[in-house]
Design a protein around this ligand. Sequence first.
Ligand code: C5P
Length: 297
Amino acid sequence: MMACERLTLKAYAKVNLTLEVIGKRDDGYHNVATILQTVDLADTLVIGPADELVVECDRPDLSGDGNLAWRAAAALAERAGVVPRAHIRIEKGIPVAAGLGGGSADAAAALVGLNRLWCLGLSGEELARVAAGLGSDVPFLLNGGTALGTSRGDEITPLTLLPATDVLLVVPPESIEAKTPAMYRGLRPEHFSDGGKSRAIAGTLGSGTLTSADCCNAFERAAREIFPGLADVWDTVTQTAEHPPRLSGAGPTVYCMPSSESERIRVSESLQGTGAAAYLVRTLSPMSWHAAQTENH
Ligand code: C5P
């Protein structure tokens, strides 16, 4: 197979419909049960040949070897025994450090794209093993859709697809450094659960009746305390949306699923002056890398 000259890939964001923390593990991580769902808010990666590894982002502070896409390229090259030579350009569409999996999605798209650019022929399972070493959300974002994540969140079981649903993402103006470990540290024993709620919701996804009130997230109390300005934004959405909003991942994004145009407008308008940004997105079914690859030069 000929190597491609240049690949363009979409890296889609995720929301956590549920995020239950079951307990702490000996390796310092926590076992979780989380239902993950991709939405049609995306970064774009353009990957092409180069003499060395270059990761360039339209947010200059995210360029270079600190980017998870860089680490993905290095890990994939090491796994395959090749020299990591590629130019990766990332255009951010997903808010950064927001609980929407943007950095993880970029890493997943880099794995998929470089597997192709370097003609490695690694299987989905092999890519998933490399992905799990990069972060707990990366294996899910290789394929997306609707899935249950267990263990660290990296063991993925595809679920019945959620029928296409509108989701209003509300992103507060500020995030914090190293928020995910901070959220786990902020948990108390009463925030642990056994994963039963995720299993129950997994069985009802196809019915099309899911609302944000059915969803759950163990970090909600900790997030309201830790993220500056989140509690006010959250309360505003609670007052204007039909169902209570939910936190995505380790936050600070909260989301609701507006059932009408008037609800969407009501919630969006209520956010004026809070500094929060609202994004109306739609849930996505899984994509193979073939579908994610929008151009091939
Ligand atoms: O896997 P990821 O890089 O996203 O994890 C970031 C941090 O979040 C970990 O270093 C760990 O402190 C915490 N974490 C955890 N249990 C998980 C996932 C993450 O304790 N299942």
